[in-house]
Write a protein that binds this ligand. Structure first.
Ligand code: UT7
Length: 323
């Protein structure tokens, strides 16, 4: 049977770092409030020449270099984003063009903060089904472009960036001891769409719109949804929380991460935290955290890595990988 194995990982962040202190001049907030309530200390903000496509391309090139591959080796690009360069075509095809690829196929995936987990699961199916051999799975966002910079309840929370992995179809027997994606679980519930959304779009207002969130309401649901899908994946893979080497959660709020890890039984030292450095980068947060942990020498080949995310929709999901 075919298993989708990770060959490389990379990321890219905008040049400009914006600290919490800078927000004190824009809205009625404080570094203390932001750190205490979210764990965020800084985020990167894209300049005019930095876009979802350019950041995604840079992350893709870094992942390819890490894999020792070139764009010629790739036949599928799945880009998770809610902040595409244009309404259409898909920003994935712009990245394909930037990489000089004239072969294969590329498309965008829209599941807001859960986008990367949806994208990796989708790419896994294409690889296991034999439609593609090697996939670039990218999460790239420029949420700074859809923020209401006068709304203190949202503008302090988000940042820009991109992360990517290269997946390769490898032969295996299906054992959880083998490298690759072992199991995934995806969920959505559209009845909760008003809790976190953008108040514009091509078919309604004809504008891009701004992000709106009932933060407390999202917070209330987050831990339950996260633990639900992670437990589902643990069960599918027949492994226990003690077997997990690294828990790589969506980076929205340190309090949500801590509460989820505690409920799931993951020890503090197994939890990868980057929300302090990047803020919430939506679909880019999980691959950014993965690259950070690999570069820090934490995640190593053979480790069992649990990814999870939840976000607008609501959408939520988890994926287990033998790195
Ligand atoms: O990635 C997709 C998923 N998104 C999330 O996971 C986000 C989930 N939600 C959260 O992370 C948290 O709910 C927030 C960080 C958004 C807010 O934290 P909270 O502890 O739930 O605060 P709250 O919304 O209950 O607000 C508490 C107080 C309010 O004042 P009053 O009504 O108690 O007087 C807010 O107006 O904090 C106030 N507040 C702020 N104060 C200073 C809200 N934003 C700010 C701010 N600075 N930036």
């Amino acid at each position: 049977m075919i298993r989708s194995a990770v060959r490389g990982v990379g990321s890219s962040l905008p040049r400009r770092i914006m600290t919490n202190k800078e927000f004190e001049k824009l809205v009625d907030t404080s570094d203390e409030w932001i750190v205490q309530r979210t764990g965020i200390r800084q985020r990167h903000i894209a300049a005019e020449d930095e876009t979802t496509a350019s950041l995604g391309e840079a992350a893709a090139r870094a992942a390819l270099a890490d894999a020792g591959l070139t764009p010629d080796d790739i036949d599928l690009i799945v880009l998770a984003t809610s902040t595409p360069n244009n309404t259409f075509p898909a920003t994935a095809v712009e990245i394909q063009e930037r990489l000089g690829m004239r072969h294969g196929f590329a498309f965008d995936m829209q599941a807001v903060c859960t986008g990367f987990v949806y994208a990796i699961t989708t790419a896994d199916h294409y690889l296991r089904g034999g439609t593609a051999k090697r996939a670039l799975v990218i999460g790239s966002e420029t949420f700074s472009r859809i923020l209401d910079w006068s709304d203190r309840t949202t503008c302090v929370l988000f940042g820009d960036g991109a992360g990517a992995i290269v997946l390769e179809a490898a032969d295996g027997t299906g054992s959880a001891a083998e490298r690759g994606i072992i199991a995934s679980a995806l969920r959505s519930d559209g009845s909760q769409k008003d809790k976190l959304y953008v108040d514009g779009g091509p078919s309604t207002t004809g504008t891009v719109g701004h992000l709106r969130m009932q933060g407390r309401e999202v917070f209330k649901h987050a831990v339950g949804m996260i633990t639900d899908v992670v437990e589902n994946v643990l069960e599918q893979a027949k492994v226990t929380p003690e077997d997990i080497d690294w828990f790589v959660p969506h980076q929205a709020n340190k309090r949500i991460i801590d509460a989820s890890a505690r409920k799931l039984g993951f020890a503090d030292e197994k939890v990868v935290i980057t929300v302090d450095l990047h803020g919430n980068t939506s679909a880019a947060s999980v691959p950014l955290a993965l690259d950070h942990a690999v570069k820090q020498g934490k995640i190593k080949p053979g480790d069992l890595v649990m990814l999870e995310a939840m976000g607008g929709g609501f959408t939520w999901g988890a994926t287990l990988i033998r790195w």
